[in-house]
Design a protein around this ligand. Structure first.
Ligand SMILES: Cc1cc2nc3c(=O)[nH]c(=O)nc-3n(C[C@H](O)[C@H](O)[C@H](O)COP(=O)(O)O)c2cc1C
Length: 403
């Protein structure tokens, strides 16, 4: 399997003496959560903002702080860590650090370490807006970019100094996303992928609807993973609370009919179609214009079938790889195999609904993959991000087999 995202990656996090250093602890925590093996280098001034012990507790490793402390870690660490690193993130990068990096000054552990680094470097400047806009800082940023380092632009917003403008450190999850995008293999470059996600809603009256507990997490994880691996991704999603993944075109819909329209419109441009959305099978035959009032009697709703989008996509497809998802409470395998056949799918991912760590809403999933050639692959319990990458691996293998 392609190592998913940051698993096992040696990431060095450089922390400078800026007010946003408090966010570096969360950034480190996210790196650990993604399976990376981070190490931290701090400037002496960073210690005024956050103590090294916080980073040591989160990373489980000694922080590199002082070149001349006399311990072996520091004496050779700055060179060894530079040679071993898969990527370096400097967050926050102070104006002072930018000046040193732009001019090759090596007067402490972090600046010396930086001169020995050969892997990708992501610089995240953060400072007061006037400092950021000052000519020396802008000049130094230009030099740093010309030297081949990646610079993540600071966000605009309220700053600790009481002013408002560009200079804020982007949220840690954004920086991790950016890093993961750089580290991922680009095996989907040039491919168009259509992903559907989330539930649909079928109105009963202006305040009530029929829906299901899908949160869209699986589809969003696939969209994000495919984008990181170089694909052009179109995500059609029902109502969810999730933020759109970076660089993914998102179309938000409510009903099964709107989802059908968006999917059928886009499908001819897609090389791969992955349908994770939990589309309502039924909708009310008529929608009340006014809120239905309760009365003493039972309320009977008359329901009609919605369009079977997957069946229609399967019927129309011409060369695309089509992947469907099946969520079942029982007879998982027989239902999944029937759907694979009937909907003309290449792969079906069958989830069991019921266990709390699998299916709707959870961050993990347990599934069995069934392939058109009759093989099946039971998967262990894993995060939805990991499952997304594994599914993409299987799709790439299918495409290679076809060529
Ligand atoms: C309270 C406080 C907050 C600061 N915040 C920032 C900041 O956000 N960005 C920055 O570039 N400098 C900031 N500075 C200035 C740096 O700490 C100072 O330039 C220092 O020399 C940076 O050292 P370093 O780059 O070795 O960490 C701040 C200083 C203080 C006292």
């Amino acid at each position: 399997m392609v190592p998913y995202d940051l698993e096992g990656k040696r990431i060095v996090l450089g922390v400078c003496g800026g007010i946003a250093a408090y966010k570096s602890a969360e950034l480190l925590r996210l790196l650990v959560k993604q399976g990376a093996e981070p190490r931290v280098v701090m400037t002496a001034n960073a210690v005024h903002f956050v103590g090294p012990m916080t980073f040591e507790a989160l990373s489980g490793k000694k922080v590199l702080l002082d070149l001349f402390s006399g311990n072996d870690e520091a004496t050779i660490g700055h060179i060894q860590w530079a040679q071993e690193a898969d990527a370096v993130i400097i967050a926050p990068a102070t104006a002072n650090f930018l000046a040193k990096l732009a001019h090759g000054i090596a007067d402490d552990a972090l600046s010396t370490f930086m001169l020995a680094v050969t892997c990708p470097v992501i610089i995240c400047p953060s400072m007061n807006t006037n400092m950021l806009n000052s000519r020396p800082v802008q000049r130094n940023l230009e030099t740093i970019k010309k030297d081949g380092h990646l610079v993540v632009d600071p966000c605009a917003g309220e700053l600790a100094c009481g002013t408002s403008g560009p200079g804020r450190l982007p949220e840690p999850h954004y920086i991790v996303d950016y890093l993961a995008g750089i580290m991922a293999p680009k095996d989907f470059r040039g491919k168009n992928i259509l992903v559907t996600a989330g539930p649909t809603r079928e109105a009963i009256d202006p305040v009530r609807y029929i829906s299901n507990p899908s949160t869209g997490k699986m589809g969003f994880a696939i969209a994000r993973a495919a984008e990181r691996r170089g694909a052009n991704v179109m995500l059609v999603t029902g109502p969810t609370a999730l933020e759109a993944p970076p660089n993914v075109r998102v179309t938000r819909v409510e009903t099964a009919a709107q989802m059908a329209e968006a999917v059928l419109d886009f499908m001819e441009h897609a090389d791969i179609i992955i349908k994770t959305a939990a589309v309502s099978d039924y909708r009310p035959c008529s929608v009340s214009e006014r809120k239905l009032k309760k009365n003493e009697r039972n309320l009977e709703l008359s329901l009609e079938r919605t369009d079977d989008i997957l069946r229609e996509v399967g019927r129309r497809k011409s060369g695309q790889i089509l992947v469907g998802f099946a969520a079942e409470t029982h007879d998982l395998e027989s239902y999944a195999l029937k759907k694979l056949e009937e909907k003309n799918l290449d792969i079906i991912v069958a989830n069991r609904i019921g266990p709390p760590d699998s299916g709707f809403a959870s961050d993990t999933n347990k599934a069995v993959l069934f392939f058109r050639n009759g093989t099946k692959e039971p998967l262990e319990l894993m995060s939805k991000e990991k499952m997304a990458h594994l599914l993409l691996d299987r799709i790439i293998a299918l495409q290679e087999d076809r060529q």
